[in-house]
Design a binder for this molecule. Structure first.
Ligand code: NAD
Length: 260
């Protein structure tokens, strides 16, 4: 029997088969969960729908997390279909490329607000709606990166947004944990080549450095992030909340790169 048998969960942020959300979806499906998905716009729907159907999903609806009305409509559809749900995975981020690559001191108000809105506030906005239809003792997980706490060249504004996302995780964990027993955690993945990652400056070099500097001497896969996320969504992690859980082959502890 899978660790998510009998549970229903949302996976938000699937774009294509390279997405971290796809690694999570496959793990959660294998562990027995019934899954629901959102997609952003018709272009992505063409990619998301066939993938979601591969993991037997029948709940595949549009939602732009920058739009409150769309969010309300999406969660209303989830409630109409499922009634209650057990977990939610938030795997969404967006920033203008310039805000990652230009000197951070030049970040515009618009770029700052957009990155914070889609990459940090959207987790709060999803959590407040999901909590209303989540069984007590449920689980929420978001995706973060080491750039939240260390200066990573080429990550710029997204590092600031991830710092806000990690702090939001802790405050949500306190709020929803005390009131409802809902656990809220973040997974900090090492670099993985995805659509979103293509916005990061010099990503090839970042991947090479991460592999050389990690304890395992390699990068991680979307499946490894998926498996850890499935565990956090499950009752096996019933005592784990308010945590940033690294899936980065140990890089964050700083084995360092002797070649640097
Ligand atoms: P991805 O491009 O596959 O996923 C990003 C998703 O965000 C896409 O599905 C996109 O449609 C969605 N999105 C963007 N704006 C949205 C909006 N307004 N409304 C709804 N959805 C929106 O890339 P990914 O790398 O799988 O990213 C998933 C998460 O993992 C992100 O939070 C990212 O920062 C994080 N992360 C990625 C890496 C990496 O190296 N790839 C490392 C650590 C953390």
């Amino acid at each position: 029997m899978g660790i998510l048998e009998g549970k229903k969960g949302l996976i938000l942020g699937l774009a294509n088969n390279k997405s971290i959300a796809w690694g999570v979806a496959q793990s959660c499906h294998r562990e027995g969960a019934e899954l629901g998905f959102n997609f952003l716009g018709e272009q992505l729907e063409k990619r998301v729908r066939p993938l979601a159907e591969k993991v037997n999903s029948t709940l595949i609806e549009s939602m732009d997390v920058g739009d409150d009305a769309e969010m309300d409509a999406f969660f209303a559809k989830v409630e109409a279909k499922w009634g209650k749900m057990d977990f939610m995975i938030h795997s969404i981020a967006f920033a203008n490329k310039d805000a990652l690559r230009n000197p951070f001191s030049q970040c515009t108000r618009e770029d700052f607000q957009l990155a914070m809105d889609i990459s940090a506030y959207s987790f709060v906005a999803c959590a407040q709606r999901a909590a209303k239809i989540m069984n007590d003792g449920g689980s929420m997980v978001t995706m973060t990166y080491l750039g939240a706490e260390r200066v990573i060249p080429g990550y710029g504004m997204m590092g600031v947004a991830k710092a806000a996302l990690e702090a939001s995780t802790r405050y949500l964990a306190d709020d929803l944990g005390k009131s409802r027993g809902i656990r809220v955690n973040a997974v900090s993945s090492g670099p993985i080549r995805t659509l979103a990652a293509s916005a990061v400056g010099d990503f090839r070099e970042l991947m090479a450095k991460s592999a050389r500097g990690s304890m395992l001497g390699r990068n991680v896969s979307q499946d490894e992030v998926g498996n850890t996320t499935a565990y956090l969504a499950s009752d096996l992690a019933s005592g784990v909340s308010c945590e940033v859980h690294y899936v980065d082959a140990g890089f964050h502890v700083g084995a360092g790169d002797p070649g640097e």
